[in-house]
Design a protein around this ligand. Structure first.
Ligand code: F0G
Length: 451
């Protein structure tokens, strides 16, 4: 018996196709929009394939103590809600997911919020949230017999893809914007054996070119236009709901780049609600860097009905994206959940990242936009003190150690960017100091009299 219960539905015109009929660029032949995975058997109440909420909650909890390898994955533990494979035994896993949810007591106190948490997706096997999506899409690629997989990336997708391709025994091609990705991420793609091409263009240019290439050669495209990526990336929604005993938090705050992740989390919570596992969705807010904010502009200037690409600039290189592929899906997640879309400056990002650091949570600059965005939402009175808020931290701090070191050395930001934030930044900077190899000198450094 097949484990596969899915079909693909075009987000634009609603056309439905079998998964294996998808075009290499995963776009609809009629209208050019993206597909999403749907499970027709779920729609009938009492229908044969419709999962039973109570049974699922019990089963998923039981699997935490299971010795079955697939149950150790925080994605495939929830496999009843992603029946995308002919056989679940074909899953390619590095035991992704099951990431920690940390309480942020200091930031909560500073903001006057009672319950603030960080779901740290940087604690995945390759250090970013991409692993949850990659296990799903790589498994489909392998099951369908592809020899080659490929992605355009600002770094994390390539790191994840290279690792999962290596596990699956597939070859992989990575296109990255030359000089615009963090070294930690590039080193991962090399380590896992990817063919890595650094192109003299930006992320959007890399994705455009790759979309042409996959039409010419039998290569499986693993960017988040691939709808199976989003099936894996929806599972943190299940973990969050489970952690709150199926009473979802009031608000989830997510960084926005190519906008696959916010779309996936929206889908995850929507499905939980439609299947009766939770009563409502959390508000989902998407935060972009001010220099890479096409979705913010779309809301501001076009009520989110059109999106004009921008030339993107931000030191949060992971989200340096000017023409996000999944913007329509993200708009739906924001609008149906009642969330917001806003942007934050380079100084606000750097400060928020350092503040998370003081609570023992390291993350990438792209992840820190969530705390910076939360501060803005609080200042605008959009969050009540009684609300439970979860920040989604997307990447590990070691991905981009240069950024952190430059912040602490004081060489990260330009004077005009620092303006108005001088005291705050000075209070957070902890540059390493050179001291004599004597106890007096070291004790002096401890007490702040040296350096
Ligand atoms: N945070 C991190 C650390 C990322 O790497 C990305 C995207 C995002 C947030 C934004 O997520 O694109 O789903 O809105 N990185 C991609 C990459 C584009 O190639 O690694 P999104």
């Amino acid at each position: 018996m097949s484990d596969n219960l899915h079909q693909l539905r075009c987000f634009g015109c609603g056309a439905r196709i079998d998964g294996a009929e998808a075009q290499p660029d995963f776009r609809c032949v009629s209208c050019g929009d993206l597909f999403e995975v749907e499970y027709p058997g779920w729609s009938e109440r009492g229908g044969h394939d419709r999962p039973n909420p109570g049974a699922l909650k019990w089963l998923w909890r039981e699997r935490r103590c299971s010795s079955d390898a697939l149950d150790h994955s925080g994605v495939w533990r929830f496999r009843e809600l992603l029946p995308i494979l002919e056989n679940f035994d074909n899953a390619v896993t590095l035991f992704e997911g099951n990431t920690p949810l940390y309480q942020l007591k200091r930031a909560a106190k500073a903001l006057g919020i009672e319950q603030l948490f960080a779901k740290h997706q940087g604690m995945n096997p390759t250090g970013s949230f991409k692993d949850t999506g990659m296990t799903a899409a790589m498994s489909v690629a392998k099951e369908r017999g592809f020899e080659w997989v490929a992605c355009a990336s600002t770094g994390n997708t390539s790191a994840a893809m290279a690792a999962y391709a290596a596990r699956a025994g597939l070859k992989c091609l990575v296109l990255i914007p030359d000089g615009k990705i963090a070294w930690g991420k590039l080193s991962q793609a090399m380590d896992y054996g990817a063919v890595t091409c650094q192109l003299k263009t930006d992320f959007d240019g890399c994705l455009r070119l790759l979309t042409e290439i996959v039409k010419e050669e039998p290569i499986c495209l693993l960017n988040s236009v691939n709808p199976y990526r989003l099936e894996g990336q929806k599972t943190p929604a299940f973990e969050i709901a489970e952690a709150f005993d199926w009473n979802v938090p009031d608000h989830l705050i997510v960084p926005g780049g190519n906008l696959g992740n916010s779309s996936a989390l929206g889908k995850g919570f929507r499905e939980l609600r439609e299947l009766g596992l939770v009563a409502r969705m959390p508000k989902i807010s998407v935060i972009q860097a001010a220099g890479a904010n096409p979705l913010v502009r779309s809301f501001r200037e076009h009520q989110a009905t059109a999106l004009e690409p921008v030339e993107a600039h931000t030191r949060a290189t992971a989200i340096r994206i000017g023409n996000p592929a999944s913007w329509r899906k993200a708009v739906r997640a924001i609008q149906e959940s009642g969330g917001w879309c806003l942007d934050v400056t380079e100084a606000e990002i750097a400060i928020a990242k350092a503040e998370l650091g003081t609570e023992g949570l390291g993350c990438e600059p792209a992840s820190a936009v969530t705390l910076a965005g939360l501060k803005k939402l609080c200042a605008e009175g959009k969050i009540a003190s009684s609300e439970t808020v979860v920040l989604l931290l997307t990447g590990h701090t070691l991905k981009d150690a240069d950024y952190t070191i430059e912040f602490h050395k004081g060489t990260l930001l330009k004077d005009e960017e620092v303006l108005g934030h001088e005291t705050k930044i000075a209070g957070l900077q902890r540059n390493a100091v050179g001291v004599e190899a004597t106890s007096d000198a070291v004790l002096g450094a401890m007490k702040g009299t040296v350096g």
